[in-house]
Design a protein around this ligand. Structure first.
Ligand SMILES: NC(=O)C1=CN([C@@H]2O[C@H](COP(=O)(O)OP(=O)(O)OC[C@H]3O[C@@H](n4cnc5c(N)ncnc54)[C@H](OP(=O)(O)O)[C@@H]3O)[C@@H](O)[C@H]2O)C=CC1
Ligand SMILES: O=C(O)CCC(=O)C(=O)O
Length: 476
């Protein structure tokens, strides 16, 4: 399989190519993606610019039909797309199929949004004057997406971009070109005019950088690492380009003495280890009050030890492989660091399976303090640490002592503490008796502090990023 670029409605020939490798079985090569030069990105941006005015003038019905058709095809093919996703990214089949379904639902949601776009009318403070507030598309939007949600994240950027009338250039992650290509094929058959959606494969440092720096791109939405996001922020700031960044997390899960132990353990297992911990919303800091601490650690480590780590395509697998060798080395190096800082490590061994892949046993680091690197820096693997605290007040203080602020959870039966936590924890999303990861697709997604910049993604809030507002005054 050759993953070609989609530019101005044509699948272009590839020159050099990079291999798409199955992390559960490195002998399985799914295909080869174009390693495009920056000039290909320039051509995609020009194609989007040419198509932008036509799509901006399209009717809500035209936009609805396109988005609805894309959603329908994704949902009809969710098992096949989920299999592809699990094969190239390594999450389990259930997770891969679930994510594909979510991508389809996102397109359906934004199909509906095309019909709900409205302006506002105000009476002016001046007599005889009317004021209208309307929204129009940004124009050309650049989208840069990561490997960990290779169909859902492109979907939740592409769908609102198109729904609100923009032309798109997508630069998908190098590690997961297969899902992007499949999504691009579906979009190319949806009735969308040529050039409204373009996709270029290749290196972030070459074509991603070009997309960020192009003066012909009106707005840029990025999900990925803090390091890349910060470089993008500097470049976009210099150009005053509208920007949306979703970056990392070091998400706290607070477990109070009065928590239901089973709920707390299940929420922590899910939040910390599912999707191999490769979620920006993962529960990587478990902040536990003194009386429940030992019972919680014992029950959690028992559950963790029973998790089946294996080939993502095996239906009995609960934790798939890490995405690649670089990420595996990063996970292992953070475990070394945590050990050298005084943490006690349970699990966390690299594992052999019948196929050669990047298998890692989930790891729990106990006896940690919040100042340790394991509690301050994002690992992005099946690794969680436990911090013992005296009471709710200390738990909240520790939860907030982080450069990140994406998602935060609390397990408690106390309405008083749950209410206080929702109000005072520094995070864009809070969960009570639920995992910090695994969010709905129709409500705002995003964080505070170092986790996010710009308007929220998803739900109807997405329009804040994908449109610009105009205020018009009329003297009748
Ligand atoms: N918040 C989140 O959801 C995610 C966080 N991460 C964090 O990032 C770490 C590293 O993962 P990694 O995949 O390297 O993350 P990156 O931030 O490097 O990659 C995210 C996207 O940005 C692109 N990119 C890379 N460099 C540039 C650049 N200079 N200009 C424009 N675009 C660029 C990448 O392209 P390419 O694939 O070609 O490099 C990819 O499409 C992980 O260990 C994890 O901690 C990673 C993924 C998602
Ligand atoms: O937890 C989720 O549902 C979404 C997580 C996510 O968007 C991410 O990890 O990038």
């Amino acid at each position: 399989m050759e993953y070609k670029n989609l530019i101005a409605g044509s699948w272009t020939e590839t020159t050099a190519a990079s291999a798409n490798i199955n992390p559960s079985d490195t002998s399985d090569v799914l295909g080869y993606a174009a390693d495009s030069p920056a000039e290909d990105m320039d051509r995609a941006i020009s194609a989007a610019r040419e198509a932008a005015a036509g799509w901006a003038a399209s009717t809500p019905q035209q936009r609805f039909d396109v988005l609805d058709a894309i959603g329908t095809e994704i949902l009809a093919r969710k098992a096949e797309l989920g299999h592809l996703l699990s094969r190239e990214e390594g999450k389990t089949l259930a997770e891969g199929i679930g994510e594909s379904a979510r991508a389809g639902q996102i397109f359906k949601f934004f199909a509906g949004e095309t019909l709900r776009q409205a302006g506002e009318m105000f009476a002016s403070v001046r007599p005889g004057v009317g004021v209208e507030v309307t929204r129009s598309p940004m124009g050309v939007v650049g989208l840069i997406t990561p490997w960990n949600f290779p169909i859902a994240i492109p979907a939740w950027k592409i769908a609102p971009a198109l729904a609100y009338g923009n032309a798109v250039v997508l630069k998908p992650a190098e590690l997961t070109p297969g899902c992007a290509y499949a999504l691009g094929e579906i979009i190319s058959r949806s009735g969308l005019p040529e050039g409204v959606f373009n996709m270029v494969f290749g290196q972030g440092s070459v074509i991603g950088k070009r997309l960020v720096e192009s003066c012909d791109v009106d707005a840029l939405s990025f999900t990925g690492s803090v390091q890349t996001g910060s470089a993008i922020a500097a470049a976009c700031g210099a150009q005053r380009k509208k920007l949306q960044l979703e970056m990392g997390g070091k998400n706290p899960m607070v477990v109070l003495d009065d928590a239901d132990l089973d709920i707390a353990v299940e929420a922590s297992i899910n939040g910390a280890f599912y999707s191999t911990g490769q979620r920006c919303t993962a529960s990587s800091r478990l902040i536990v009050t003194a009386d429940i601490h030992d019972r919680f650690v014992a029950a959690l480590s028992d559950r963790m030890a029973g998790l089946r780590v294996g080939n993502a395509l095996d239906e009995t697998t609960q934790i798939g492989p890490v995405v690649d060798e670089r990420q595996l080395k990063k996970d292992l190096s953070y475990l070394d660091i945590a050990g050298s800082e005084g943490g006690r490590i349970l699990g966390g061994q690299a594992l052999q399976r019948s196929t050669k892949g990047f298998y890692l046993a989930p790891a729990l680091v106990t006896e940690t303090t919040n100042g340790m690197r394991i509690n301050q820096e994002e690992v992005f693997g099946p690794v969680a640490s436990v911090i013992r605290v005296a009471d709710y007040e200390e738990a909240l203080m520790v939860a907030n002592d982080s450069p990140f602020g994406l998602s935060a959870g609390i397990c408690t039966k106390s309405l008083k503490y749950a209410t206080d936590f929702k109000a005072n924890v520094e995070a864009g999303m809070t969960m009570v008796n639920l995992p910090t990861a695994g969010v709905d697709y129709h409500v705002p997604f995003g964080g505070t502090k170092g986790s996010s910049l710009g308007a929220r993604e998803q739900g109807s809030h997405a329009k804040e990023f994908y449109t610009k507002v105009k205020t018009a005054y009329t003297l009748a």
